[in-house]
Ligand binder design. Structure first.
Ligand code: ATP
Length: 448
């Protein structure tokens, strides 16, 4: 039976997302009680689940479901020579300017008007641009000198490149094959902001896919572009808010043969979620040059050495999590069963990534029989599903679960004790079905 009538509106503001994220325990400012730190956030109980589900979806589709991708997990701190070879020590810089009047600092390439400070409005108040390296430094061991300097990695990929030989030999893989890993990365961003979009500590999911130079490399590039397109579609990202932007030769690094940026339409405009790039032999060559070690692949069949070409997919898990939150957010006007106008906020997460999948309610708090029955139903579902028990005012309970994106609510009422059935309420349509208890699990499984 359908009980409520709805009209949809979408497109949340960043303030609305930020407020919901805090109110419902998705995202908190890091070290909030001390005033917070720019560009650093913590995930609350629901946000941590959401991010974990997204990462699991990535891992399942990019690694577990395939037989040509192996797992990897490298250290955050690496030999400083790694960052010399990769080019990060010399070239991982943003151009920085300071306003002499208000002392605020900006990325030169982000300024809309190059001679007017966007914060205080002063004209011609900027200092000359200077290079600012985005790598965060620390030192290893008891002495703080240049010999002990180490960098917190600004990307996870280099750990895979320097281990390329270890990996292919021990995993007994030959190109085409890939190596995937999750990991924290750190960048001393000049202007962090937009909630978790631009962070100073963030998490990447990277796939480095090595292919032979046999003429099929651009097909592999295309394969990964399509695979990633399917991935976002499979988890329900709205197609009109997602674009795959093809980089021109001028926009790509000189060594890259092809590149696509995956972008999402955030409340403030398009922003990059992932970069997919054909990087040629650039990365392995750079490490071979500086280390003097041979990282080429040895082909047992032809007894020849060659350097494989690289197709990379590098996605930010915090930006993907923010995307799922923004994309799922909808504010709806609805008419309740009594004809009253109401409004609800609902997160229409795909069931696979929703933090919780089923909430089980007892209609009354003070009826031990109802509470016991609801708790036992929830405990049984909990073995395989992400569930939560709650009790009290059903209208309020529904609103809360809508706001955290739980696809189904199951209510135990007085009739349940007599007819062994429950009310299942659908998040998206607000439809309510009466379902026999012995088929409840099947009913939910089919829809999750
Ligand atoms: P941007 O142009 O936004 O600074 P980028 O082109 O430098 O990003 P890449 O080096 O290609 O980013 O990193 C791959 C992915 O890592 C990005 O698509 C993004 O999802 C994520 N990422 C990069 N920098 C940050 C950051 N400061 N905060 C959160 N995620 C980030």
């Amino acid at each position: 039976m359908s009980v409520e009538d709805t009209t949809r509106a979408s497109g949340a503001t960043l303030d609305e997302i930020t407020a919901l994220a805090k109110r419902r325990g998705f995202i908190f400012q890091s070290s909030e009680i001390y005033g917070g730190l720019a560009g650093l956030y913590d995930y609350g109980p629901l946000g941590a689940l959401l991010k974990r589900n997204i990462k699991e979806a990535w891992w399942r589709d990019m690694v577990t479901a395939r037989d040509d991708v192996v797992a990897f997990d490298s250290a955050v701190l690496m030999h400083p020579a790694v960052w010399k070879a990769s080019g990060h020590v010399d070239a991982f810089v943003d151009r920085l300017v300071d306003c002499r009047v208000c002392k605020h600092r900006f990325r030169a390439d982000h300024l809309e008007k190059p001679d007017v400070c966007p914060d205080c409005g002063s004209k011609n108040s900027f200092t000359e641009p200077r290079n600012f390296n985005l790598m965060l430094q620390t030192s290893l061991g008891p002495m703080e000198d240049s010999a002990s300097r180490a960098y917190l990695r600004p990307e996870t990929a280099q750990g895979i490149f320097v281990n390329f030989k270890n990996i292919y030999q021990t995993a007994r893989k030959r190109p085409p094959f890939g190596v995937a890993q999750f990991g924290k990365a750190f960048r001393n961003e000049i202007t962090p902001g937009n909630l978790t979009y631009r962070l100073r500590e963030f998490e990447q999911a990277e796939l480095e896919f090595f292919v032979p130079d046999d003429g099929a490399d651009l097909k592999w590039f295309d394969h990964w572009v399509q695979a990633r397109r399917k991935w976002y579609a499979d988890y329900g990202v709205k197609p009109d808010r997602l674009r795959f932007y093809e980089l021109s030769a001028e926009e790509r690094p000189h060594y890259a043969k092809a590149g696509v940026d995956v972008e999402y339409l955030f409340p403030w405009g398009w922003g990059e979620l992932e970069s997919i790039a054909h990087r040629g032999t650039y990365d392995l060559d750079a490490h071979m040059r500086l280390s003097g070690k041979d990282l080429r692949f040895f082909d047992e069949g032809s007894k020849t050495h060659y350097t494989p070409l690289l197709i990379e997919s590098s996605a930010g898990m915090d930006r993907t999590t923010l995307t799922m939150l923004v994309d799922a957010y909808e504010q709806e006007k609805s008419v309740d069963p009594n004809g009253k106008q109401t409004e609800r906020v609902v997160l229409r997460f795909h069931p696979k990534i929703a933090p919780l999948q089923v909430a089980v309610f007892s209609l009354a708090r003070n009826k031990p029989q109802l509470v016991a029955r609801a708790r036992s139903i929830e405990a049984a579902l909990h073995e395989e599903l992400r569930t939560q028990y709650d009790e009290g005012n059903i209208g309020q309970l529904y609103r809360r679960q809508d706001e955290i994106g739980t696809p189904f609510c199951v209510t135990v009422d007085y009739e349940t004790l007599e007819d062994q059935s429950v009310t299942v309420r659908h998040r998206d349509s607000m439809r309510q079905d009466r379902v026999a208890l012995d088929s409840l699990k099947e009913f939910l499984d089919e829809r999750l």
